[in-house]
Design a protein around this ligand. Structure first.
Ligand SMILES: [Zn+2]
Length: 325
């Protein structure tokens, strides 16, 4: 089913308490939403779908109207998710930088999302606190959760590119959480946005633990969010979750899955639409049974479903939906 912020809060509280992770999956179109929701349901796992500003622009078409895109993705998510009763997903805005403040408010006030990320991490620390607190004030009035970010996460994600990595300082995390009252926050602990293999990443488990311990000691325990987590090994993810991470973002992983599955299909079935060498257009008979979009797009959907099913087993959320008795 589709979770409002209130239900999503229960999901994260349970996950933090029982130390498993919620997989947050970036989506743009219906195929991705379907594949992922089916995967969460099959595993009786709660989840979170998330849309970036770029995804909203794309969804809207040539107008690039982010509000229209948000409406579309939100409606599709709600309709698809509400068919299922053994699990649930919320919808989240990924990396809304301060220039998207109005869009964030629009999505909150129109009930389109369950949670939002305000990413003012490239502002001065005080300004990051001010903007984040402002979003929290509006969001909490509507029962919507807020994720903030402290420190820079290296790499490129959607419209945000950072060449530098700045690790999150535990004392700053504490001050940030106390002053903003965010529900979750992204910490920079060594991961990179984009395609980076986990074996090449020095994931600072020690830093995750330091941050988590400090917040718990000060009675402001929060879930830590791991961005740029697509390439991490299973063990890296398990260690991160044990030490305080509660939300793991996946975007690139699914992009690779869908591209590979569709690519493999067409490497095999190209002769259903393109005449093989030596055969003229006149003699060529296209094969509708194989080029019908439902025959090949579904390969991408299936691959995404398989990927999320594997991910929720690693993160431990499989079988742990708040919907299951
Ligand atoms: Zn991110």
């Amino acid at each position: 089913m589709f979770y409002s912020g209130k239900e999503l809060k229960k999901v994260f509280d349970k996950a933090k308490k029982e130390r498993y992770g919620i997989i947050a999956s970036n989506v743009v179109f219906d195929n991705a939403i379907r594949g992922l929701v089916q995967g969460y349901e099959a595993q009786k796992s709660d989840g979170l779908l998330q849309m970036s500003a770029g995804a909203m622009k794309y969804a809207a078409g040539s107008t690039k109207n982010v509000e229209v895109g948000a409406q579309l993705i939100s409606s599709m998510t709600k309709i698809i998710a509400n068919q299922y009763k053994n699990s649930g997903v919320g919808l989240h805005i990924d990396h809304a930088t301060p220039n998207y403040f109005d869009l964030v408010v629009y999505c909150i006030e129109n009930g389109l999302v369950s949670s939002v990320m305000i990413d003012a991490s490239h502002e001065e620390f005080e300004e990051n606190i001010r903007i984040s607190a402002e979003v929290v004030k509006i969001a909490h009035k509507h029962g919507v959760l807020v994720e903030g970010e402290i420190g820079y996460i290296k790499g490129a994600e959607d419209e945000i590119v950072s060449d530098t990595q700045l690790y999150t300082k535990p004392e700053e995390a504490l001050e940030y959480v106390k002053k903003t009252n965010v529900d979750l926050f992204a910490a920079s602990v060594g991961t990179n946005h984009g395609v980076t293999k986990g074996s090449k990443v020095t994931l600072r488990i020690d830093l995750i633990k330091q941050i988590d311990d400090l917040l718990i000691k000060n009675n402001v325990e929060r879930g830590i969010v791991l961005h740029g987590a697509s390439g991490l090994t299973a063990q890296q993810q398990i260690d991160a979750i044990k030490n305080g991470v509660v939300k793991i973002n996946k975007d690139t992983r699914y992009q690779m899955e869908i591209a590979e599955a569709v690519c493999r299909y067409w490497l095999k079935e190209a002769d259903s639409i393109i005449p093989p060498n030596g055969i003229s257009d006149d003699d060529f008979q296209p094969d509708k049974k194989r080029f019908d979009p439902r025959k090949w797009i579904v390969k991408g959907e299936d691959a995404m479903q398989k990927a999320v099913e594997e991910l929720v087993q690693i993160s431990g959320s499989a079988g742990n939906s708040i919907m299951s008795k």
